[in-house]
Design a protein around this ligand. Sequence first.
Ligand SMILES: Cc1cc2nc3c(=O)[nH]c(=O)nc-3n(C[C@H](O)[C@H](O)[C@H](O)COP(=O)(O)OP(=O)(O)OC[C@H]3O[C@@H](n4cnc5c(N)ncnc54)[C@H](O)[C@@H]3O)c2cc1C
Length: 438
Amino acid sequence: MTEAVEPDFDVIVVGAGPAGSVTAYRLAQQGLSVVLIERGEAPGAKNLSGGVLYGRVLDQVFPGFADEAPVERRITRHVTTFLTPDSAVSLDYRSERLAEPVNAVTVLRARFDPWLASKAEEAGVFLMAGVRVDALLTEPGPDGSPRVVGVRAGEDELRARVVVAADGVNSFLARDLGLRRTEPTHHLAVGVKTVLRLPRAVIEDRFGLTGDEGAAHAVVGDCTLGIGGGGFLYTNTESLSLGVVLRLDDLVRSGRTAIEVFEHFLEHPGLAPYVRDAQVQEYGSHLVAEGGAAMVGTLATHGMVVVGEAAGLTINSGLTVRGMDLAIGSAIAAADAIVEAVAAGDTTATGLAGYRRRLEASFVLQDLATYARAPKFLERPGMYGAYGELAADVFRRVFGLDTTPRRHLIGVARQALKKSPVTVRQLVSDGWAGVRAL
Ligand SMILES: Cc1cc2nc3c(=O)[nH]c(=O)nc-3n(C[C@H](O)[C@H](O)[C@H](O)COP(=O)(O)OP(=O)(O)OC[C@H]3O[C@@H](n4cnc5c(N)ncnc54)[C@H](O)[C@@H]3O)c2cc1C
C-alpha cells in the first residue's frame, strides 16, 4: 500500500520505557528507520525507580544483559509476608539456583531505561527526548475507520508507516483511537514508592545477602490497613525500593489517602528494622494496571500497534508483580510483526495482525490467560486482614508455650478458626478460588 505523503520514518515509537526501547531496538536491528520519542528529559526520568525485572526475556534480546546493564542485585530470596498490627507470618524461599542463569534482577529505572535506550541508539534509532507527543495524525483507512499516519508534537508533525504506542498505563494514544476504554477503578491501582539509601554492607547484613544477591519482599495485610493491594521491599546495591500498591476502588472506599497508607507501611514494626536510618533518595506515585487479561484492549489497528502497559499487559498474581517482562515480550512480538508488515507493504490492521498471533504464541498472552482469575480472587476481602490474623493466631498458639497442655496442630487450627471471623465455608471457597486463580 502506498502512502499519500512520503513518511519521515518507517516507524515512530512513542515512549522510551522498556516496551518502547526494545521495540525500537529490534526494528532498527532489522533495518527499519525508527524514531523513539520520549517526553522525559531523558529516558527513565518520568519512570518511578525500583522494581524486579524477570529477565529471561531480555536475555533473548541482549544475551548476558545482566553482566552489562546497570542492574542492581540478582534476586535469590523471595519472601511473602502476611502482616498484622503486631505479627508477621512469612514464607521465605531462597535458592542460589535463582542467580544463574539470571532469573530476576532489581533495577533502578533512572539508570536502566537510559541504558536500554542507548542500545536502541547504537542500533541506529533516532532518540528524541524531552518531546511530548500531543496527538495522532490520521487519515481515513481502507474500511473508513482512521488510519494512523504519524504524530504531532507541539508544532511539529512526523509521519511513518507505523506508530507504536508504548506510552504506558495512561496511554492516550490507545484511548484516542478507542482501542482502550476508560478502566473501571478496580482495574487500576495507585503505587506510592520511595528509594531509600543505605550503605551496601548494612543492606547485606539486614537481609542476609552476600555479593550481588538480592531479596524481594511482598507483603499483604496490615501494611495497607486492610485495603486491597500490598507492599513491597526490594534490595538494590546501595538502596532499598519500597512502596505500596493500592486498588483504587478500595482506597476510595476506605476514605484514606495513599500517602497515609504508605507512611503507615514505612513505620510498621514489621518493616521498620529494615529501613532504620535510611535516607530518602526519591519518592513518587504512579498508576498501575491491575485488570490482567480483562484489561487488554485491541492491540493493532491501521498503522498502529500498542505495546507494554499501554496495552494493559501486567500481571499481579499476589506473589509477583510483572509489567516490565511483559512489556519486553510484547516489544519483540510487535517489532517482528511490523518488519513483516512493512516488507509485505501492508501496514493496515490486517497486515499487522501478526502482532497478536505472536503474542498469543508467546508467554505474554498465555500467562495473562493463566492468571485471568487472579484480579477477581485478589478482590476477596479476607486476603488483607482476616487470613493474616488467623495464620498469626495459629503460630502464636504453636510457639507460645504457656504451661497449658499442648494440642495437635489440627486442634490448634480449629481453635484459632473458631475465634476468627473466617468461616470454614469461606476458607474452602477462597482456597478453591485461590487454587484456580494462582
Ligand atoms: C509502584 C509500582 C511498582 C511496580 N513494580 C514492578 C515490578 O516490580 N516489576 C515489574 O515488572 N513491573 C512493575 N511495575 C509495572 C512496570 O513499571 C510497568 O508495567 C512497566 O514500566 C511498563 O513498561 P512500558 O514500557 O510499557 O511503560 P512505561 O515504563 O510506563 O514507559 C512509558 C514511557 O512513555 C513515556 N510517555 C508517555 N506519554 C508520552 C507522550 N505523550 N509522549 C512521549 N512520551 C510519552 C513516559 O514518559 C514513559 O517513559 C510497577 C509499577 C508501579 C507503578
